[in-house]
Design a protein around this ligand. Structure first.
Ligand code: ASP
Length: 645
């Protein structure tokens, strides 16, 4: 069985020497914080009853007496046993001689996945029996003593990674699922990256790791929050969506470089890449501007990036929100591939094609297109049909597919209406090749871009399922998106405004005047970090002027300022200029490890519906236990069955 030697790769990073900060602030305290000895590989066997890990033994250990603890991975004909721990696999020879009958009995009778301790000698495998696919494949253990530490009952599923199991079953028996190579790798890599982030922030750049409360009060705007009842009638705590207010208050308190591995809570229902509780690398600093925060994060990711991946190249490219929308139809573009949106309005000014004519006659009408490389080869007729249906159903938009066949003859239903000059201009603008397909739509700018942005991703997935390699799986494409609007129209009432990021975000310095005239046009100092089409972080320079903050909250956002009076008050006591960012740790690690879901990088995640399938949370509480909180459940009429549980 192939077992990569991933662990040593993972730990190599730790031996990197720590650079000393040259300007100590507080003499000896500061020096003692930064002068840690040069790191070594961790000692995996200290304080334990084993001498070695299963995965570390090599020919260099020949002749050594070792004691190993691990789980029985499998047994072959009562002669060999493969023992596993987090570090790897090792072959153990079951003794056959009479004098070792009791050892043989233990090792032959213990069910697979039982945990045992064995002691014996490291010997080389007989010639020809080495296993080059196994890092320990040159040696085996000649056992002298064995002890069954705990037997394993019949398993609900096999631990071996190649055995497929449903996610519900994995979550129900998470402690068993965690034994798999993939989960071990994901959680250990996560721990490594967080360790390096701490090192970079605290030891190299003087950040202070500060915990903020999780029992807090409601925050206006933003995501739905979880409530925690208190013993005071009708009073509730809220679990914070993020430590946003606290980190700003820390700046007022002079803790001018804060960071925290922060647990955040959002009651957002089921979304594929979200969890009701999740972790952020939360950062705030004073006396900084947008470029300062961006450089800090680039350095942080570069420093903490796993050694078994290509190094992170900095600085990351930047696009404005407006450019991102126009070119990729989204504010989180996947820049690993092209297929950009192109405005081809000018090509069709004199068109005879009805829906294009119609769109262009309107004030903000445009014609836009994307080019699907080798689409004629990879896309089927039914794909095009479902693309058109998607556009009609979700965007009320028409899509015109334009094919080029091998002879460069138009092979599309409306080909007859496209003039030769238009055809040539289209080929020039879109840079099409013979086998490409152009998807064309017309309408208002944002709507046309959003639709094509969705189709760009759909088609990329489709091309890849058909065998085209469009996105290099080893590529990590970071991108800053900047100059977001400060406000967006509220979805439920477009005449009212809501913050695009959060209400503490400062306006762009050149747009402050717009707040008093056309606030919907003001840009902000909000920046998002995108990786391979996923938002992995976001932050902003904050408002540190109480009057401006009050105006935005009360007048523009129509929020109840009483809820934030502590923050407004604090800004009035010499709050320094400040800004920050939060990185979504789960999503980042999910992308780094190439996992299909963020649940694969969290030890005990909630299910898609927000349940803990192992312990059955959330659970019901007997009415008498609710009494101290002055709460009574009002059961929905159709939930009798639920109550019975
Ligand atoms: N608190 C923000 C968030 O959770 C991030 C920030 O502005 O620093 O999205």
């Amino acid at each position: 069985m192939y077992f990569p030697s991933w662990l040593s790769q993972l730990y190599k990073g730790l031996s990197r020497p720590i650079r000393r900060t040259t300007q100590p602030i507080w003499g000896s305290l500061y020096r003692s914080l930064v002068q840690s000895p040069q790191r070594r590989n961790p000692e995996f066997n200290s304080f334990a009853v084993r001498t070695n890990t299963c995965g570390e033994l090599r020919s260099s250990h020949l002749g050594q007496e070792v004691t190993l603890c691990g789980w029985i991975q499998y047994r072959r004909q009562n002669t060999f046993l493969v023992l596993r721990d987090f570090h790897g696999l090792v072959q153990v020879v079951i003794p056959q001689d009479e004098s070792a009958a009791s050892v043989k009995k233990i090792l032959c009778e213990a069910p697979v996945e039982s945990v045992v301790r064995v002691s014996g000698t490291v010997i080389s495998r007989p010639a020809g029996q080495e296993n080059p696919k196994m890092p320990t494949g040159e040696i085996e253990i000649k056992v002298k003593t064995a002890e069954l530490l705990n037997a394993c009952k019949k398993l609900p599923f096999e631990i071996k990674d190649f055995m497929k199991k449903t996610e519900a079953l994995r979550l129900q028996y998470r402690y068993l699922d965690l034994r798999s190579f993939q989960m071990q790798y994901n959680l250990r890599l996560r721990s490594q990256m967080v360790m390096k982030m701490r090192e970079y922030l605290c030891n190299l750049h003087g950040f202070v790791d500060i915990e903020t409360p999780t029992l807090f009060k409601r925050t206006p705007g933003g995501a739905k929050e979880f409530l925690v009842p208190s013993r005071e009638p009708g009073k509730f705590y809220s679990l914070p969506q993020s430590p946003q207010q606290f980190k700003q208050l820390l700046m007022v308190g002079g803790l001018d470089r804060y960071f925290q591995v922060a647990r955040c809570y959002r009651d957002e229902g089921s979304r594929p890449d979200r969890q009701p509780e999740f972790t952020q690398i939360d950062i705030e600093m004073s006396f900084v501007d947008q470029t300062g925060i961006q450089s800090l994060i680039e350095g942080l990711l570069q420093y903490s990036w796993p050694n078994d991946k290509d190094p992170v190249v900095v600085p990351f490219p930047t696009v404005t929100f407006t450019e991102a929308l126009a070119t990729y139809g989204t504010d989180k573009p996947d820049t690993r591939f092209g297929m950009k949106i192109i405005d081809i309005s000018d090509v069709f000014r004199n068109t005879e094609i009805g829906f294009l004519q119609d769109a262009l006659s309107k004030p903000h009408g445009t014609v836009k297109a994307i080019c699907i490389p080798e689409g004629a080869k990879y896309l089927k007729r039914r794909d095009i049909e479902s693309i058109r249906k998607f556009a009609a159903d979700h965007f009320n938009q028409e899509i015109l597919p334009v094919f080029l066949n091998a002879n460069r003859n138009w092979n599309s239903p409306v080909a007859n209406f496209i003039m030769e000059s238009q055809r040539l201009e289209l080929i020039r603008l879109m840079d099409t090749q013979e086998e490409d397909v152009v998807l064309l739509t017309a309408g208002e700018h944002n709507k046309a871009c959003s639709l094509l942005g969705k189709l760009r991703l759909e088609c990329a997935d489709l091309l890849e399922t058909r065998g085209m390699v469009l996105r290099d799986p080893t590529l990590f494409s970071f991108l800053w998106v900047v100059d977001f609007p400060l406000f967006l129209p509220k979805e439920e009432n477009p005449r009212e405004l809501e913050s695009a990021h959060h209400p503490f975000t400062a306006p762009h310095p050149s747009d402050i005047h717009l707040l008093y005239t056309e606030p919907q046009k003001a840009r902000s100092q909000h920046y998002d970090l995108v990786l391979n089409g996923n938002e992995i972080g976001g932050g902003s320079i904050r408002i540190h002027n109480a009057e401006l903050q009050h105006y935005i909250l009360a007048t523009l956002l129509k929020e109840d300022v009483k809820m934030l009076s502590h923050l407004l008050q604090a800004l009035d006591y010499g709050a320094p200029p400040h800004g920050g960012i939060a990185l979504g740790l789960d999503r980042l690690i999910c992308l780094v490890t190439g996992s299909p879901s963020i649940r694969d990088v969290i030890a005990f995640p909630k299910s898609f519906r927000g349940h803990d399938l192992m312990s059955n949370a959330p659970d019901s509480i007997p009415p008498e236990e609710l009494k101290p909180y002055h709460i009574r459940v009002s059961w929905p009429t159709d939930s009798k069955a639920e109550r019975a549980h």
